[in-house]
Design a protein around this ligand. Sequence first.
Ligand code: KG4
Ligand code: ZN
Length: 352
Amino acid sequence: MPDASLVLGIETSCDETGVALARIHDDRTELLVDAVASSVDEHARFGGIIPEIASRAHLEAMVPTIQRALAEADVDLGQVGAVAVTAGPGLVGPLTVGAAAAKALAVGLGVPLHGVNHVIGHAAVDELVHGLFPERVMALVVSGGHSSLLLVDDVATDVTELGHTLDDAAGEAFDKVGRLLGLPYPGGPHIDRLAREGDPEAIRFPRGLTAAKDQARHADDFSFSGLKTAVARWVEARQDAGQEIPLHDVAASFAAAVADVLTAKTIAACRRHEVDTLVIGGGFSANSQLRELAAQRCAEAGITVRIPPIRYCTDNGAMIAALGAAVVRRGLPASPLDLAVDSSMPLTQVTV
Ligand code: KG4
Ligand code: ZN
């Protein structure tokens, strides 16, 4: 018999096949299991995600990952009461594999299907860790594909996108700088590691969209491509002069610039909207320079900062089960079974 409080979440927007089960309680959402299969190694030699390879990998991993999740949670498939799936944004092919699997399950089990927004899932996953959100929270979602500032009045029904990156996402900028420094893909974690042993004040790199003239139109937007170019220029000039590149200091100064801009703008938005809780999610929230600076500046500003453990920050099924649970908890209608995935699903749209 389906149990209405048991939500299965499926995530396939990029290169991880994520399947999770969450249980809705009156006062919290409990994560029962979070199973992930990744095709990241298959993309490494191309220096970026190849959608076709990711789609095939999802197709191969889907059923085994669902079976593994059910076995680990000791749940029978027939007990699942609702199926939530990433409807977008993301890569069309990978999204389609997940949506097809979710539709098949929903039809076969005779339970509701809920197509949900991946980026909002990156914020919602924190409800599994630190409890249900208070009335109003600010969410900074930073990953390889997104850098977005969201005002969350209700995670299932009322999300406002205050700003986003005008060019590169934070993780993308790290990956590009990683490439120019000769680091393996994805470069983000390598720069983080190098930066921990460098001097963040060694080189003063530019802080995009922080000038007074940008406040009117782009107070809550980000831009990292100018910073990336500045790092490239600095490195080239050194190389042309036959000098060695101080990798640790370049990494530390670059990482400091990104963390400075992200935290300064986010805290300013919290003040402007009188929000005292900040949730940080997305793969880039694993970044130690961002975590440290956010903790320090939020403490100074009297803002409670909630960042889930790193395994819930990268793409996974838990974030989709968490958002699906929030949707079910509010009794919202199911998505149609002919739901189409949307590679550029707007961030104001939580559900389909
Ligand atoms: O959310 P995610 O797993 O996938 C996307 O939806 O993009 O984020 C992955 C991104 C990559 O760009 C990766 O380099 C970056 O997050 N990243 C990091 C760190 N860990 C992951 N960037 C900087 N420091 C890290 N520790
Ligand atoms: Zn993501």
